[in-house]
Design a protein around this ligand. Sequence first.
Ligand SMILES: [Zn+2]
Length: 278
Amino acid sequence: MMVNFSALLAEARKGQYAVGSFNVYNYETIRGVVDAGNELGYPTIVAFGENYLPNMELEEIAAVVKAMSAKADIPLVLHLDHCKSFTTIVKAIKAGLTSIMYDGSSLPFADNMKKTAEIVAIAHAAGVSVEAELGAIGGGEFSNEESAEEIYTNPDQAAEFVSTTKVDALAVSIGTVHGMYKGTPKVDVDVLKKIASCVDIPLVLHGGSGTPVDIVHECIRNGIAKINVNTEISVYTVEKLKELVKSNKSYHLSQLALKEVDSVKEVVKKYSTMFRQA
Ligand SMILES: [Zn+2]
């Protein structure tokens, strides 16, 4: 079944666990994410970033996830990750994605709020959930997402932003980064606690890859209900495939594709399990 994330995340915030949101780029990565969720029995978010439009069209990914969800035993969300384009968001809604993230974080506060509210009105009319971002998330290593100068989310602004825009979930900047960490991550849980005390919607942590387990768990106990993982899926899988290609055995591409599925599954299972143990 394909659903939007509203009920799933509200339940997660109440139950102090997080739903994993995993980036996909092709058939194999989608298969890995869906199979992992299905085997664990956890509702799962299949995330597709605007960056990966050269890899797959929105209609194509929607068709693949819809076909897989018909056979899956878990609710699946198909989420458009980090999108700044109004046109792409409307196309995604029309294509059948059930959730979108409008990223207006680089805009001045008032503009971000105005645009987010407009998009929420359109998406909600179509039954699609919306995530927005306030503050800016910094960049680490191996990230191919846009990296910004890190700006922590302002808790007072978060309260105004949420009540004005009626957004369903809010991505916060508290020190996690897109990509792998260059040193020890400095995540400010106090900022998160302040935001969570002002805002009762589910909060979203970007930059799950490589974030230490104890920090992940503390974040979940303090309002984080959705955690995005992208870089580690790519880094881990590329390493695994490199090892296979370098080994003496020769592989057919179809066999490597199945290895890719297995490796994605491993990463997704690791994080999905971690997100349930806070
Ligand atoms: Zn992100």
